[in-house]
Every structure is written in C-alpha cells, then in structure tokens.
Design a protein around this ligand. Structure first.
Ligand code: AMP
Ligand code: MN
Ligand code: MN
Length: 318
C-alpha cells in the first residue's frame, strides 16, 4: 500500500509542483492532477505548478492556464513536489524553485532514478507517475478534474495502453478513473492521436529519411535544425515519431534524433522486446525506462549513430 498524500503532508500551506523539461502527458497530467487533488483536500492552500511550456492540446486539463516558469518573485514555498523526473538536471530552469522550498518530495517511476532529494517515492513498476499518484490518493476524494489529469498521464506513458509497462493494476486504475466520468475518448483522440498538418509533414519526412542498420533490427531517423527552422517547428511537433518508427516490422530498437543546437541532439530510444534502452541512455548520461529512454548526445549524426550502435549491438547478440 502506498503512503497517501494526506499522510505525507504536515502544516505546509504554500506548495509548488514541478516536473521535467519538454513536459509530456505524464508530466503535465501528474503536476495538474496533484494540484487539483491538493486543492480538493484544502481549497485554501496555495498550489503553484512550474513547468516549461507544454503542448496546447493539454489545455483540456483543469489548471493548465496557470502553469508557468518559476521566477524569483514567486518567493518561498513550504513544500515542493518534483514529479516524473529522475534527476535534478531534468528540471531545467525550474530547478531553482528547489532552493526556495522548505521540504522537497520526489514522486517518480524512472528506473534510472538518481536520488537527488531526501524524500523519494520511486516505483519503476508503475506505468506512469500518474498511476503511482492514483495509488497515493484516496479514491473518494478524486474529483472529475483530478481524474482527467491522471487518465491523460497514464494513457500517454502507455502509448494508450499498448506498451509492455501496462499491468492489471494500470487497467484497474484507468477503470476507476473512467468510473469517475473522464472523457476518455476525447482525451486520447485530442491529445495523443490528433496531429497538426505540420506534425504529419515532419513525421512523413522522418519516415522517408529513416535508415535501418544492425541487419534491420535498428531504425534511426533525424530531424536537423535546418529542417526545424524551415518548417518553423517546435520540439513538441516531433512527438510520436519514434513510436511510429518502432512499429516497423522486424525492428527491435527505434531511434529518433532531433538536433536542438548545432551538433547537439535530443535522442529518443524505444525497444520492443529485448533491448534495455534505459541502459543505453544511461551510458550516455540520460535515462528512462526499459522500453523508452532518452539522452543528449553531440557530434555529427554519424558519430551519434556509431556510438549508439556500439552500445546496442551487444544487447542484440551482435
Ligand atoms: P522521450 O524519448 O523524450 O519520450 O523520453 C522517453 C523517456 O526517457 C521518458 O521517460 C523521459 O523522461 C526519459 N528521458 C528522455 N530524455 C532523457 C534525458 N536526457 N535524461 C534522462 N531521461 C530522459
Ligand atoms: Mn515524462
Ligand atoms: Mn512518466
């Protein structure tokens, strides 16, 4: 049994919540879900959420419009929750709110967690931070608004209940949230499956330009800064490309590389059955889960692919 949120709380009145850079569905869902739950427990609390700008489609969630970056003027907090982030470096500029918090609690599900605060609740077996938060909430007190946040987070981190991280418990949590009346179909269609014209163009391009290696067991594609500039694309426009690459028949590892600065790349890794991509990502200073992980790498595209390939091939028995 997980410790309940209520048991974690002391006399704290000013609470802030933050999560990882390039916020994804689980990050935004868990931060807004916890905010909504805390305000249900006590509407007089101050609960602020600090995150980098995130996809506009998440505005379906209550409290989305209140999300902002932490600034010195925000002052001190009695308590800070850090959600869905395995290390301090993943918080980007919002890490500065940790310096202004009396107490810090990290709630996460990354298997590559590097302890960075005293109070940590980390469950790698949870499909999403939102699933773990669900366990830490009293079901009776989960409002429809809170439920929608948690449902969105679980749906996103499981690829809408397709990935191997889904357990019986994941489905039971999702079932309980559906029982609260969440707009489950709208949430997955509007925030996970729907793509803008630009997103589809970038996806198409990445698929056309992809290369297979390791005898067809790996697939890689890259979007350069030049291409990003040409399309005036943002990082969030690349969401989902790696998942499409992973569906290529015969492929065990899919790699999607996006250039963020000249010869600096955000690398996304996915695997199907055998390869522990969290180990590969961790080797390059990143982290993640068994079948989904990421890291930052530098050099030319060919350096990056060669270096990755050296770490992946042994796991493929090559
Ligand atoms: P992504 O490929 O960005 O969807 O990320 C897949 C998983 O890897 C997520 O759980 C991320 O939190 C994690 N991840 C991605 N990039 C990094 C990184 N640079 N360092 C640590 N974990 C990462
Ligand atoms: Mn995340
Ligand atoms: Mn997550």
């Amino acid at each position: 049994m997980e410790k309940k949120i209520e048991q974690l709380l002391g006399q704290e009145r000013r609470i802030c919540i933050t999560g990882h850079v390039h916020p994804d569905g689980d990050c935004v869902g868990s931060c807004l879900g916890l905010r909504s739950y805390l305000l249900t427990l006590d509407p007089a609390l101050t609960v602020d959420v600090f995150l980098e700008p995130s996809p506009a489609s998440f505005s379906i969630l209550a409290g989305f419009e209140k999300i902002r970056m932490y600034q010195e003027e925000d002052g001190d907090y009695d308590l800070c929750f850090v959600l869905d982030a395995g290390e301090r470096g993943r918080l980007g500029a919002n890490a500065s709110c940790l310096e202004h918090a009396g107490r810090i609690i990290c709630i996460d599900h990354h298997r590559t967690q590097r302890a960075f605060v005293e109070e940590q609740i980390v469950r790698p077996e949870a499909s999403a931070t939102c699933e773990l938060l669900f366990d830490m909430m009293d079901e009776e007190k989960i409002s429809l608004e809170t439920a929608e946040c948690l449902y969105l987070g679980i749906a996103h981190d499981t690829g809408v209940f397709r990935h191997s991280n889904v357990t019986r418990h994941t489905m039971e949590a999702a079932g309980a949230l559906i029982g609260k009346g969440v707009r489950h179909s709208k949430i997955v269609n509007d925030t996970f499956f729907a793509k803008s014209y630009l997103q589809n163009q970038l996806l198409g391009r990445a698929l056309v330009e992809s290369i297979v290696f390791c005898e067809g067991q790996c697939i890689v594609s890259m979007v350069s800064l030049k291409t990003m500039d040409f399309y005036r694309a943002a990082h969030e426009d690349l969401e989902g490309i790696v998942d499409q690459l992973r569906l290529t028949r015969g492929v065990e590892v899919a790699i999607f590389i996006s250039e963020t600065e000249f010869q600096v790349y955000k690398v996304s890794l996915r695997s199907n059955e055998k390869v522990d991509v969290s180990r590969v990502a961790e080797y390059f200073g990143g982290g993640g889960h068994l079948r989904a992980a990421g890291c930052t790498m530098t050099g030319t595209f060919y350096d990056v692919v060669n270096n990755l390939s050296e770490q992946i091939a042994p796991q493929l028995g090559m």
